[in-house]
Design a protein around this ligand. Structure first.
Ligand SMILES: Nc1ncnc2c1ncn2[C@@H]1O[C@H](COP(=O)(O)OP(=O)(O)OP(=O)(O)O)[C@@H](O)[C@H]1O
Length: 242
């Protein structure tokens, strides 16, 4: 890991009409770190990751990814984003979905074929490549969305609750892969409600009512709050049942 910063969020606020959803958020994620965002439902996690992914713009403050001011269309090829709701074409097969997104990223020929096989193996869906998405289960759709986000081997991976509806065994192997990717230099920003996933992050940001209430590695956050688990630390920082 280096000290190079992949993601920089500076004094970011976001409001929708009169409603203030994010307030003066500042955070930095070094290259190759896994940064977890923890917070109760409605605290602003999705809004924040959307600003970092460049899908929306802050009302004030700045977001930089790999040194580039966001939002910026050209950065999309460097970012893999997995939203909370799956952006898949229900009437197409998994393979057709992957081919579509691969084309968007300019992947062609044998490289495309190889990459599609790799990502489908990773999420354990190789046997379901030719099935139409309309008959996929919720968990299978999540896994396919993850596969899509990994397709173009992005330097920055932004995952909004990636393991919802995924069984513990596969969850474990997905986290092993995320750890592998981070070792190879990928920077990962992940929102989660799952405490054992939070433990696997290099750094955690606790968010509540649109404010970042604490940032640190899991051990430091536990120590600072005299907690034996991340769940206790989360509750200390004002996390409601999420
Ligand atoms: N486009 C929008 N217009 C108005 N309000 C919005 C919009 N998007 C989000 N909000 C509000 O912003 C707040 C934060 O929402 P957000 O989805 O970021 O929370 P979250 O922490 O990701 O929640 P969850 O864990 O349930 O996904 C909520 O009160 C939500 O209603």
């Amino acid at each position: 890991m280096t000290n190079e910063l992949s993601i920089q969020v500076q004094n970011v606020s976001k409001q929708f009409g009169e409603k203030i959803v994010l307030q003066d958020i500042t955070l930095a994620v070094p290259k190759a770190h896994i940064f977890g965002l923890l917070g109760p439902s409605g605290s602003g996690k999705t809004t924040l990751v959307r600003l970092i992914a460049g899908i929306d713009a802050p009302s004030s403050g700045t977001v930089h990814v790999l040194g580039q001011r966001m939002p910026q269309l050209a950065m999309l090829s460097q970012i893999g984003y997995m939203a909370q709701s799956d952006a898949l074409y229900a009437e197409l097969t998994a393979l057709e979905n992957l081919e579509f997104f691969a084309a968007l990223y300019g992947l062609t020929g044998t490289k495309r074929k190889k990459r599609i096989q790799e990502v489908m193996e990773l999420v354990d869906l190789s046997a379901h490549m030719k099935k139409q998405i309309s008959i996929y289960s919720g968990g299978m759709k999540r896994r396919l969305s993850l596969a899509v986000s990994l397709l173009h081997e992005p330097q920055i991976l932004i995952l909004d609750e990636p393991t919802v509806g995924i069984d513990p065994l596969l969850r474990k192997s997905i986290w092993e892969e995320l750890t592998n990717l981070s070792r190879q230099g990928t920077t990962i920003l992940v929102t989660t409600h799952v405490m054992d996933e939070a433990e696997k992050c290099h750094q955690l940001g606790m968010i509540r009512d649109g404010k970042l209430t604490a940032v640190g590695n899991p051990e430091a956050l536990k120590k600072a709050t005299s907690s034996s688990t991340i769940e206790e630390a989360f509750l200390y920082y004002g996390g409601a049942e999420a």
